[in-house]
Write a protein that binds this ligand. Structure first.
Ligand code: SAM
Length: 347
């Protein structure tokens, strides 16, 4: 284990079996060592800065039926909503005033949001706030569509690969969705010029050290600008309602490993991490994460964008409480940065 940790600290590429051994060798002590080193690396590249993005959950309609997700199309208990262009712009106005310089538009795969409509929203935001970055997270689309959205002004795209193991992918998704296509989308986004984020849930049903090691190999191969990692949390109206949630410990361990494998990566401490533990997001930063995505969606729809049970929405993860978040970051030796927070790999 000592040799493997040395390799990890030296920034070497690790093989699947080596990554598996690091995962299997978890102890609280080793996790602490990795977190300390990951924090050092975060500081080396980002100093004390924690980047913030205003998250706008603009539609919870989805044509997909992912077994883990609360907004899957078969969930007839979900109260569906779709923000209008004006609502989204209102969110940006509010966000800009508070201090956000990146807006993340996230939603289910909603056919209403054809290229033309989405491009209109993107152009309107860019026209009003040319100095701000726009991140999209609206799932799988054609390369042509990704190109149009990019040409309209989108800068970044989040598309978690979910798992890099084909069999595991098929146990999390219905037959019409496949890993190959998801990966094709990721490569297309990168080719177009987006800053691209992939990622996966920690503790998803049927996940194993084998599949996680494959996820980490995929990260080394794909070299994303951003990596979204958060615990799986069951949702009561999904086929995985009775499954166990991912743990805080394993999520933090993985955040540290990802920071060490990809030193410059943009790595969010996710809302899901803040949901499984009151101090989850602070702990995430201390384990190597450097991004937070407070919720900028209108308050009346927040309770309807429920990917999993008990999602937090009133504390420092709410955009209007940026002051509180700033204070919390100061208390752990960090500072919320007021700028776009682009990937260092793009410079
Ligand atoms: N539709 C877009 C897509 O497919 O990328 C974006 C929205 S999707 C709901 C965003 C992410 O939420 C997914 O990539 C998934 O990893 C995460 N997610 C969904 N259900 C979850 C759950 N039960 N627990 C934790 N994360 C979940």
């Amino acid at each position: 284990m000592h040799e493997l940790i040395k390799k990890l600290f030296n920034g070497q590429v690790l093989k699947k079996e080596e990554l598996k051994a690091i995962l299997e060798g978890y102890t609280p002590d080793i996790a602490k060592q990795l977190a300390q080193q990951a924090s050092q690396i975060r500081k080396k590249w980002y100093g004390d800065a924690v980047y913030v993005r205003g998250l706008i959950e603009f539609t919870n309609y989805c044509k997909n039926d992912c077994y883990y997700c609360g907004i899957r199309k078969s969930n007839c208990h979900a109260t569906r909503y779709r923000l209008r262009k004006e609502d989204i712009l209102d969110c940006c106005d509010k966000g800009y005033e508070i201090g956000f310089r990146t807006f993340v538009l996230q939603g289910g795969e909603d056919s209403y949001w054809k290229d033309e409509r989405l491009c209109e929203v993107i152009s309107a935001i860019k026209c009003k706030y040319p100095q701000c970055a726009i991140t999209l997270s609206v799932g799988e689309r054609s390369k042509q569509s990704y190109q149009r959205l990019f040409d309209a002004g989108a800068d970044r795209y989040l598309l978690r690969h979910e798992t890099a193991n084909e069999k595991h992918y098929s146990l999390l998704h219905p037959k019409n969705l496949d890993l190959e296509h998801r990966k094709q989308c990721l490569y297309a986004l990168k080719e177009i010029g987006y800053q691209v984020g992939c990622g996966f849930m920690v503790g998803s049903p049927h996940q194993s050290v084998d599949t996680i090691a494959e996820d980490l190999c995929f990260l080394q191969e794909f070299q994303p600008h951003m990596v979204g990692i958060g615990p799986f949390i069951p949702h009561k109206d999904t086929p995985f309602a009775k499954e166990k949630a991912g743990t805080l410990e394993m999520t933090l361990y993985l955040l540290s490993i990802v920071r060490l494998l990809l030193p410059k990566v943009l790595l969010p401490a996710t809302t899901a991490l803040g949901t499984i533990h009151e101090k989850g997001r602070e702990k995430g930063i201390l384990a190597g994460a450097n991004v937070m995505m407070p919720n900028l969606s209108p308050e009346n729809v927040r309770k309807n964008y429920l990917l999993y049970d008990n999602k937090i929405s009133t504390g420092e993860e709410a955009a209007e409480n940026l002051k509180l978040l700033k204070a919390k970051m100061t208390s752990i030796g960090c500072m919320v940065a007021i700028h776009r927070g682009d990937s260092l790999l793009m410079k």
